[in-house]
Ligand binder design. Structure first.
Ligand code: HMG
Ligand code: MG
Length: 302
């Protein structure tokens, strides 16, 4: 199958990137500055915050302040995770224009992450979709653990397809498939996409890969070959899920941009500006980007 001619990037650093940051709560002003810098790089879809329980994810406790504090750049969509109606109402009050519900292909992970079964989560998302629809807000859907679960191990592609189908049928405009703990390999990624595309058209599927085992780039190339044209990535490779022990960062936006540029695939994003933003935010966090491209370009110019 031919590679896509253009790819939509969904930037995860402010939400998936910072939600798992250990230690001090990242200051609200830093979160706002990160989102604004990212929006200046050409990234047009930024997952900015999550409206979840601050007891569960303290780093996202200032979601409303962040959302109301950013200067919104026209043409950029700033979205938020909302696990339930309470989260959605808080998001709407903060003027959020797009939200996401997040389910899983693993029962145990669903319990650990959102404290309910897969079936209960889907039932909980229905009124979120209805209310969001009434408010004119688009809803994205996530399926976690699509290539493995920290508690259950292997996950059947059929299970991923089933949950993706339910989210799509409910009205999610796009389904993001999360290798939450980054254990996938390219053939498994292809098989998972092949099963899922039987239920949801390929143009509505996104790849959300974490890089724990260094396989994210290979997995992305594999699913690009399957026709996937939406990629979630986090600048500087920030990220991880607090309810998936050992999960490391998302694939780095810098690395994805380098890959796509090499393949001649258009994104409209300025790689150097993303590299600069990655160095800035990791400087604020007291470390270096985990992006190989950022590290290489930081040392040599070519
Ligand atoms: P629960 O304890 O079952 O909720 O948690 P509850 O409805 O029984 O409420 C308990 C308390 O939480 C109440 O407060 C509620 O008001 C409050 P209290 O009366 O005790 O003071 N509450 C809320 N507060 C703020 N915002 C809300 C909210 N809802 C209830 N929306 C719940 C259920 C879903 C809330 C909880 O489990 C939770 O917040 N989980 C979030 C976990 C999370 O954010 N995980 C990371 C994101 S998912 C991810 O990273 C994966 C992804 O990147 C894809 C991939 O990589 O695979 C997307
Ligand atoms: Mg994630």
């Amino acid at each position: 199958m031919a590679l896509p001619t253009s790819v939509k990037l969904f930037e995860m650093a402010p939400r998936d990137g910072l939600q798992n940051e250990p230690g001090e709560i990242v200051p609200t002003a830093t979160k706002i500055a990160l989102i604004e810098r990212l929006a200046n790089t050409g990234l047009a879809h930024i997952e900015a915050v999550s409206f979840v329980s601050p007891k569960w994810v303290p780093q996202m406790g200032d979601a409303a302040e962040v959302m109301t504090g950013i200067h919104r750049r026209p043409g950029v969509v700033y979205s938020a995770l909302t696990p339930n109606l309470k989260g959605l109402e808080n998001a709407l009050s903060a003027g959020v224009e797009e939200v996401a519900v997040f389910g899983a292909a693993s029962e145990t992970f669903s319990q650990k992450n959102i404290n309910c079964s897969i079936a209960e989560s889907l039932a909980r998302f229905e009124p979120v979709l209805e209310r969001a629809n009434d408010a004119g807000v688009r809803v994205r859907g996530y399926v976690s653990c699509v290539l493995g679960c920290p508690y259950e191990g292997e996950i059947a592609p059929q299970k991923v397809a089933e949950v993706a189908k339910a989210l799509y049928a409910m009205g999610c405009y796009e389904i993001s498939l999360g290798d939450t703990i980054g254990v996938g390999t390219p053939l498994a990624a292809k098989r998972m996409i092949e099963a899922t595309r039987q239920q949801v058209p390929i143009e509505f599927l996104a790849a959300h890969f974490h890089d724990t085992y260094g396989m994210a780039m290979a997995n992305l190339y594999a699913v690009l070959e399957e026709g996937v044209s939406v990629i979630d990535a986090a600048t500087a490779g920030l990220g991880g899920c607090p309810y998936a022990q050992g999960a490391s960062g998302n694939v780095a936006t810098e690395d994805v941009l380098y890959l796509l540029a090499g393949l001649g695939i258009d994104t409209g994003v300025d790689l150097q500006a993303v590299i600069d933003t990655g160095y800035w935010i990791t400087g604020e966090l007291g470390r270096k980007p985990s992006s190989k491209v950022a590290l290489a370009k930081g040392r040599v110019s070519f």
